[in-house]
Design a protein around this ligand. Structure first.
Ligand code: FES
Length: 114
């Protein structure tokens, strides 16, 4: 099972996650307050993460269209190996009362891989 080191202000967390899970869910299901304001639909970019190791080379067309600089949309990534990840918009650092709607298990919108 892949290991993710999550870089947080309060220190690193090491989580072991299911192969092929959406990165946003891997984080959220382990109690990390990553934002996902559009519910994982590649519209808001609040799920952006800096990935310093294990950055997947493939990308969905929806993510590419958002043109996020120096970060990846965790709702558009499937975990297929070990990673080092830093969520950039945590709920505790934003003026929001919730992370957003729960993303589905599968990538939405239907992924077109490029
Ligand atoms: S872009 Fe909105 S949750 Fe990923």
């Amino acid at each position: 099972m892949p290991i993710i080191i999550v870089k947080l202000d309060e220190g690193d967390r090491k989580i072991e996650v299911e192969h092929g899970v959406r990165l946003v869910l891997a984080l959220a299901d382990n109690g990390i307050d990553v934002s996902h304001r559009c519910g994982g639909n590649a519209k808001c970019t609040t799920c952006s993460c800096e990935i310093t190791e294990g950055n997947p080379s493939k990308m969905t067309e929806a993510e590419k269209l958002k043109n996020v600089k120096n970060a990846r949309l965790s709702c558009q990534i499937l975990v297929e190996g070990d990673m080092i990840v830093k969520p950039l918009m945590r709920v505790k650092n934003m003026d929001w009362d919730s992370p957003g709607g729960t993303p589905k298990k599968e990538i939405t919108p239907d992924p077109v891989w490029i």
